[in-house]
Design a protein. Structure first.
Lengths: 204, 204
DNA sequence: GCAAAACGATACAGATCGGTATACTTCTTT
DNA sequence: AAAGAAGTATACCGATCTGTATCGTTTTGC
């Protein structure tokens, strides 16, 4: 393994173990054993365990949001559908046998103090996800994209919490149906000519 | 303090600390220090720390569901409103300065294995909450009370997850508005004469 | 090719973990 | 009032925690 790969390998190993057992329950001894590196190596790349957690969350934050963007682009139909397709992405994450709940919610749940760096990193991820939803809602010409974004986010969070307990993918589909029904009643400004060609007719 | 009160006092102290710091981060030494009892006393009442966690969750499960039932009874208007009033109850819990997220979700997040006793206790709580929602949905004569119950629950979970991060009460109101909009579109069987007198007219 | 940096392996420090043992005191019950 | 149960206080157990020190080996960059 090349030197530059070790840091990535450590982050991936740590993320897998944090997801599997949680943050406090995952000791650095287990991480280095699973990663196959010496303890000195870990502490050369990360000052403390908290630094490792923060780096892991940052990495996963980018991965997750990039994956969702890519999924939406690939499955994009009309602009309203894009918001609903995010629930299909959610469903794919639930179908992963390794899914054990949102790692950012778990991170905030194990580091409950609002001034804690891990808690703030989790909050930052959620803010960026909501910003993406707002971007989609704005593109779909909803009258109140900020409100729409937080509603979609609330449904995402609900689906993840339910799926964490039940370990089934159905909550993603249920949340999608609920979102579809709510969005159908929302006001949208008229689309410009040639844009948003395939959108469904809204009862406005 | 009378003998019989010690167990209750221990459970209350443990619940407070679990809510404040999480389960793994709360050691038994801290619990006994805060409760002001000797270690021997704790281990006379509970065989292990896990037993203490399980007893604390059971206690909180009953407390929470009884409190919700009482709140709904007290604020009951018509039968549909009862489902929406559960979100007002949720809002009161969010307004508590000590709110740091649902302790059952946190418990499941720190004990992610589905065969773990703590995980199962958390799941059991959620099942009982959903059963209560179904009871309300059935009384309100919704055509599909089971589906309605899981939808209400998904909105509750979403609101709790968002409130855990933002530490504001608004998600409860937002979830209530979403629930109201969804329920307004649901089919209900006609009410028997004299029953459900104050219900709003539905567009059925 | 050589110096510097990074690596692995191991041992260890100091704190904390859950849980037990012991000895003495206080309460409760009959 | 006596006895047994339950309380306090303290010391301790072995395991595990995060993090550091040491030292010999390998890899990298110039």
């Amino acid at each position: 393994m090349r030197r530059s790969e070790i840091r990535d390998h450590l982050l991936e190993t740590a993320l897998r173990l944090f997801n599997q057992h949680g943050y406090h329950a995952t000791g650095v001894d287990l991480i280095i054993a699973e990663a196959g590196v010496a303890k000195t190596t870990l502490y050369r790349h990360f000052e403390t365990k908290e630094d490792l957690i923060l780096a892991a969350l940052e990495r996963r934050d980018e991965e997750d949001r990039n994956a969702m963007r890519a999924f939406v682009e690939q499955h994009a139909s009309d602009l309203v559908e894009r918001l609903l397709v995010t629930f299909d992405f959610l469903e794919t994450t639930f179908r992963d046998k390794q899914f054990r709940g949102c790692i950012f919610v778990s991170a905030a749940g194990e580091h409950k103090d609002t001034v804690n760096a891990v808690f703030r990193a989790a909050v930052m991820h959620k803010r960026l996800v909501i910003a993406y939803f707002e971007e989609l809602a704005h593109a779909a010409r909803f009258a109140e994209p900020k409100r729409i974004a937080t509603e979609i986010n609330l449904l995402h969070e609900g689906a993840m919490a339910v799926a964490q307990m039940t370990r089934i993918a159905e909550p993603a589909r249920q949340a999608k149906r609920m979102a579809g029904q709510l969005l159908a009643a929302e006001e949208r400004s008229p689309s410009a000519p040639g844009e948003d060609a395939g959108r469904r007719t809204q009862a406005s």
